[in-house]
Design a protein around this ligand. Structure first.
Ligand code: GLU
Length: 321
């Protein structure tokens, strides 16, 4: 090989390398606590996106956060491009209702797809004398950190029950990653978590000490569900967690994946494509995703309009007419 050619090859390689890094686009996904389901699901999404980086130049990173409300606020502020959020939070943000009444509707909120169901999960110490949701009155309860979806949902539940935090002996605001330890150290009697199953956090709480999952099913909850399409009754299968052999009846939301209309169409298209073209692999990355079906992920659980990039992919793939 002569010298001139070598130099030419090296220069070309340098040029290609320079061009690729100049084109690299960083995207961030807001998730939740590391023992929840959002965090590993965000990791699964990034893994599939990053695999094709040489083609599209997108570098996807996951952030552990306070949860749904934190994630959508970060998207609204332009600090994160994507986030996982409960279906009730998506609804209220898009409509400017409940917890978003003060900040107003965020009309640029865009849905990409819905994910796994998230039952409102109550775990109590076996020695705390709690067998129904009503038994939480007078007990020490972790109601969740502000910014989390479970806290936002718990606030709605408290109102529906006609309770305030004063109805508990103590209401703590620990983030999900600290709940199991607090329960097993006997610092609280019960914890609530709106989360997919199986989840690391509930596994931890049910194996580290003696606990039971509690039904959340009464007239007030049923009335709450009547006019709210983003809630539905849910079952946590018996035998999934130690200490709870029968099915648990509660209500739940769905996890959804959202972004802003301001995020580039091509980026959302590439991300959506990465998930749906590698669907079996995606489902295999966390047991809570096993039940997902492409059709329902596109059509169910979203109140905000689909992002144009996601819509483009769904039409191409025949998932939308
Ligand atoms: N649903 C919870 C929230 O919105 C997070 C659950 C999880 O991290 O899997 O805060």
């Amino acid at each position: 090989m002569n010298k001139t050619l070598l130099t030419g090859v090296a220069a070309a390689a340098l040029f290609v390398g320079g061009a690729a890094s100049a084109q690299q686009t960083f995207i961030g996904i807001g998730t939740g606590g590391v023992t929840g389901v959002y965090y590993p699901v965000g990791g699964a999404i990034c893994r599939l996106v990053n695999r094709d980086r040489a083609e599209h130049g997108i570098r996807c990173g996951v952030e552990s956060t306070g949860g749904s409300v934190f994630n959508v606020n970060a998207i609204r502020a332009g600090e994160l491009e994507f986030g996982v959020a409960q279906s009730d939070i998506q609804f209220h943000l898009y409509n400017g209702s409940e917890m978003f009444e003060a900040d107003g509707a965020y009309e640029d909120l865009r849905a990409i797809f819905s994910l796994h169901p998230e039952p409102f999960t109550v775990v109590a110490r076996s020695d705390a004398d709690i067998s129904t949701f009503e038994d939480l009155q007078g007990k020490r309860v972790n109601i969740g950190n502000p910014g989390s979806g479970q806290r936002a949902t718990m606030d709605v539940v408290l109102e529906a029950m006609g309770w305030t935090t004063g109805d508990f002996a103590q209401a703590t605001e620990l983030p999900p990653g600290e709940q199991a330890l607090a329960l097993c150290d006997n610092n609280v009697d019960a914890i609530v978590y709106t989360v997919g199953h199986p989840s690391g956090a509930i596994q931890e709480a049910t194996t580290a000490c003696d606990t039971v999952l509690v039904n959340v099913d009464n007239d007030e909850i049923r009335a709450l569900l009547e006019d709210r399409s983003y809630y539905r009754m849910a079952t946590i299968p018996g035998g999934m967690y130690r200490g709870t052999d029968s099915d648990v009846t509660t209500f739940g939301v769905g996890a959804t994946f959202v972004t802003s209309a301001a995020v580039d169409e091509e980026i959302v298209y590439q991300l959506t494509r990465a998930i749906f073209e590698n669907f079996d692999q995606f489902k295999g990355l966390h047991p809570a995703l096993e039940i997902l079906e492409p059709e329902t992920m596109v059509s169910d659980g979203n109140s905000a309009p689909l992002h144009a990039g996601a819509e483009r992919y769904y039409r191409e793939a025949g998932l939308l007419e």
